[in-house]
Design a binder for this molecule. Structure first.
Ligand code: CU
Length: 513
């Protein structure tokens, strides 16, 4: 390994892979994507039958003429990153073959899969990203797990999680939706939002080296910075629909609004939230939201009535301020909504699954404090990229080490705990934990009413002045007997996760004490 190789910051992972791809061969025939301004199509689907979903993925990469690398999962039908539709109790058998060109062990040619949000064990062949690395030379790797019979119906997703290279692969488009059925009835609209680095020649960075803006896409239709030519969404007029939105970005927030022009005014439509991060919200949903913030990794599902025929309507993302040290998240239009008159139909209604148990009354046996922080001392020196930490209060901040000896946190299976997560950085972060959902019980020390369970939560930037850091207090439920073993929590801005903002947790049973 040359010294130059060692000091390359992680954000250059794509550049490294590009060099290797060019040397090996061009894969430009892989990972085809629609052009800007295209009509949004529903992603292809693979549905379980007789209690089983069987799918084979080839994980491929494609070097683009503009220097960017696309990554994709291609199934046996040649479809890219299909939505996996399952029912509670089904068995998923997913065979993954890594077809990336063989390369240096540190090049990012390793991969694996994380099934984000599912309550399945942190075990190899199920949902483990600590001990599972699939190399291009490896045979087909089989994931085999059972969707729990009580898995709440909603929107989950799959994406690669090889530490150090997650961001590059996810920015390249490696992700897909997984729907646990049980909330159907209304016409559905699945929108998968992704982000992508700008081509090198267009990349502008601020003083801290953070990219100014990113390209985004909706079901792979590109919406390109800085003009953001919108995609086209075709809908039938005046129809109640269930919109399922996955933010499969590596680094980007979406603060979504649906705007209809009514009597010459732009009016943000009321979104009737039905689920957050896959879990139904039932009557606990806040009433009449007119926008919904979805951090990277998060999902939101809501019911909406489509605009009248011919009305001007748009899906937009609002500006989200990630703080002084954060990358920009400029507001922009995602799609123009084109509505077409259809003959009147009988109204349909969707299933309204009950939300999982409220944790408000669960008795917490332990309080912990963790905090996000950054070391941005030497940003002028390219050999010293920013370091990102998530630290248990009282310990020394340290970047995550895949070869850790002791987990950062050990929890007894069966416990309920309250964790306060502070953001001591001048940049927003997103807390995510594998294997379970949590309930936000306080924000900035003030009790939060409502009891939505989620697996990702945004933490705004610290302004550098306020006496108190921004914080959330989360009720963590370790009572699921299937969730035993070692797994991860981290910032779901994957640039930060790859650069060390991750920690490990071991859930132990009494016999393993
Ligand atoms: Cu972060």
């Amino acid at each position: 390994m040359s010294p130059e190789w060692k000091i390359l910051p992680f954000r250059n992972a794509n550049v490294i892979v590009l060099g290797l791809l060019c040397c090996v061969r061009m894969f430009s025939e892989f990972c085809p994507r629609p052009g800007s301004g295209s009509v949004i199509e529903t992603p292809p689907e693979v549905t379980s039958s007789n209690g089983k979903l069987d799918v084979e993925f080839q994980f491929r990469a494609s070097a683009q003429p503009d220097g960017r690398i696309r990554y994709c999962y291609i199934d046996a039908n040649g479809d890219e990153s299909p939505t996996l539709r399952v029912r509670p109790g089904d068995t998923v058998i997913l065979k993954l073959k890594n077809e990336l060109p063989p390369a240096h062990a540190m090049s990012g040619s390793s991969t694996n899969l994380h099934f984000h949000g599912l309550d399945i064990p942190p075990k190899r062949h199920q949902d483990d990203v600590l001990h599972t690395m699939i190399e291009p030379s490896d045979p087909v790797f089989e994931y085999r797990f059972k969707i729990p019979v009580d898995e709440p119906p909603g929107l989950y997703w799959y994406h690669p999680h090889p530490h150090g290279f997650s961001e590059a692969q996810v920015l390249g488009g490696a992700s897909g939706a997984l729907i646990v059925e049980g909330a159907e009835g209304l016409p559905e609209r699945l929108l998968v939002l992704r982000d992508e680095d700008l081509p090198a020649q267009h990349t502008k960075t601020d003083d801290d080296g953070d990219a100014v803006g990113k390209d985004v896409s909706v079901n792979f239709v590109p919406v390109r910075f800085p003009l953001y030519l919108p995609a086209i969404m075709r809908v039938e007029a005046n129809e109640k629909e269930l919109w399922r939105i996955l933010n499969a970005s590596a680094d980007t927030y979406f603060d979504l609004q649906v705007i209809y022009v009514e009597n010459g005014q732009r009016v943000a439509q009321k979104l009737q939230l039905t689920a957050i991060d896959g879990y139904p919200v039932g009557k606990r949903a806040p009433k009449d939201v007119t926008h919904v913030l979805i951090p990277a990794g998060g999902r939101a599902e809501f019911i909406l009535t489509t605009p009248r025929a011919g009305a001007f309507a748009q899906l937009v993302s609002r500006d989200y301020d990630t703080g002084r040290d954060g990358a920009r998240n400029p507001g922009h239009v995602i799609a123009n909504i084109v509505s077409k008159a259809v003959p009147l139909k009988d109204p349909v209604s969707g299933a309204t699954p009950a939300p999982p148990a409220d944790l408000s009354d669960a008795v917490s046996s332990r309080i912990r404090k963790l905090y996000f922080s950054e070391d941005r001392q030497d940003l002028k020196d390219p050999t010293k990229p920013a370091r990102y930490f998530i630290t248990v209060e009282g310990r020394e901040p340290a970047v995550f080490d895949m070869h850790f000896k002791e987990p950062d946190i050990t929890v007894q299976q069966g416990a309920v705990e309250d964790w306060t997560i502070e953001n001591r950085a001048n940049e927003a972060h997103v807390f995510h934990i594998h294997q379970l959902h949590f309930q936000v019980i306080a924000r900035d020390g003030r009790k939060v009413d409502g009891s939505i369970l989620r697996d990702t939560i945004d933490l705004p930037a610290w302004d550098g002045k306020s006496a108190a850091y921004p914080s959330v207090t989360l009720r963590m439920d370790f009572r699921n007997p299937a969730i035993v073993g070692t797994f991860l929590y981290h910032c779901h801005i994957l640039e930060h996760e790859d650069a060390g903002m991750m920690g490990s947790i071991q859930v132990v049973t009494r016999t393993h004490k």
